[in-house]
Design a protein around this ligand. Structure first.
Ligand code: NCD
Length: 314
């Protein structure tokens, strides 16, 4: 594990990956690496953050992210509370800010926030004393997902620099795509994005990525293929003509995957829509699929984030 002093200049909040340089990213990935083995042991618990309080405030649905932050906090000895929009006073008309100030007044040490609006998490971070971690704000950012994706890749590949990484799906409305593009290009990967014109952000080339409009061109020679769900909740139902047509042009099948490198890694942040963006046989192909590894890495990575953010303020 790294020395604690490596974290001294870490920002107070984790809102996106843009503000973290490559050295800090490497440091957190190394710390996370240490938690992987511990999470596979019978006794998974540490007391490094004993006595600290973590509040998971999720104003949008989640399975993986919320559960893994909860496990991460508990395995570090924290008291963890979960609140959701439907079960909170948000449903009684309280503003987001009032909810955040209320949680802060209870001396939460860290607040993990997921919200459907881009920028909402930053707004909260500006008003509270607690450390704030962005667990996904609209189509803007999902920093811990990008970090856990990098950690997953590093379980199978010696380094990220120089890898051909293809991200395919709803690039325009995906915070996972946005955060991964920033992080992976920062670490020296060659990133290709694949999407139909309706799901491709304007001027995406300015982020230093190669752009393709069909999956066959995008996947040829890839070391890693990252598939994304169509974010119908953000893009509306009219962005694709038909699921069948979409799968034909943008879905990942074994026939498409055969053009990638023989040891290609298939990733998906979940939730998957089998038969839409990914064929079931590929999702379940243990030779290539790292989808459940991503879930496992998510806990270790979030432990590292919590340790790094909170242990310098003992
Ligand atoms: C993603 C999200 O919520 O942004 N899922 C996740 O965090 N594992 C992707 C998605 O919802 O499609």
């Amino acid at each position: 594990m790294q020395s604690r002093t490596q974290f001294l200049s870490w920002p107070k909040h984790l809102l996106d990956v843009d503000g973290i340089d490559a050295a800090k990213i490497q440091a957190i990935l190394e710390v996370a690496q240490g938690y992987i083995a511990r999470n596979r042991a019978v006794d998974k618990k540490h007391s490094i953050l004993k006595g600290r309080t973590l509040i998971n405030a999720f104003f949008e649905n989640s399975t993986r992210t919320r559960t893994s932050f909860e496990l991460a906090g508990k395995r570090l000895g924290m008291d963890v509370i979960n609140i959701s929009a439907s079960a909170s006073s948000i449903s009684k008309g309280e503003t987001l800010l009032d909810t955040a100030l209320t949680l802060n007044a209870m001396h939460a040490d860290a607040i993990v926030v997921r919200h459907p609006s881009a920028g909402a998490v930053q707004l909260i971070a500006e008003k509270v004393n607690a450390h704030v971690i962005n667990a996904g704000d609209g189509a803007h950012a999902h920093p811990t997902q990008a970090l856990l994706d990098a950690l997953t890749i590093l379980q199978k590949k010696p380094r990220i620099e120089g890898l051909n990484i293809t991200i395919c799906g709803d690039i325009a409305h995906s915070r996972v795509a946005r955060s991964n593009i920033h992080l992976l290009t920062k670490l020296g990967a060659h990133v290709t994005v694949v999407a139909p014109p309706t799901l491709m952000p304007a001027q995406v080339e300015r982020y230093g990525v190669r752009v393709c409009d069909n999956i066959r061109d995008g996947v040829a020679g890839a070391d890693v293929v990252m598939m994304l769900r169509i974010q119908f909740e953000r893009s509306g139902s009219t962005v694709i003509a038909s699921v069948r047509d979409y799968f034909h042009r943008y879905g990942l099948s074994h026939a498409v995957l055969a053009t990638a490198k023989p040891d290609v890694l298939v990733m998906h942040p979940g939730p998957m829509n089998r038969g839409v963006e990914i064929d079931s046989a590929v999702a379940d192909d243990l030779m290539h699929s790292a989808i459940l590894d991503q879930v496992e890495m998510g806990v270790a990575l979030r432990q590292a984030v919590l340790e790094m953010m909170l242990s310098e303020h003992v």
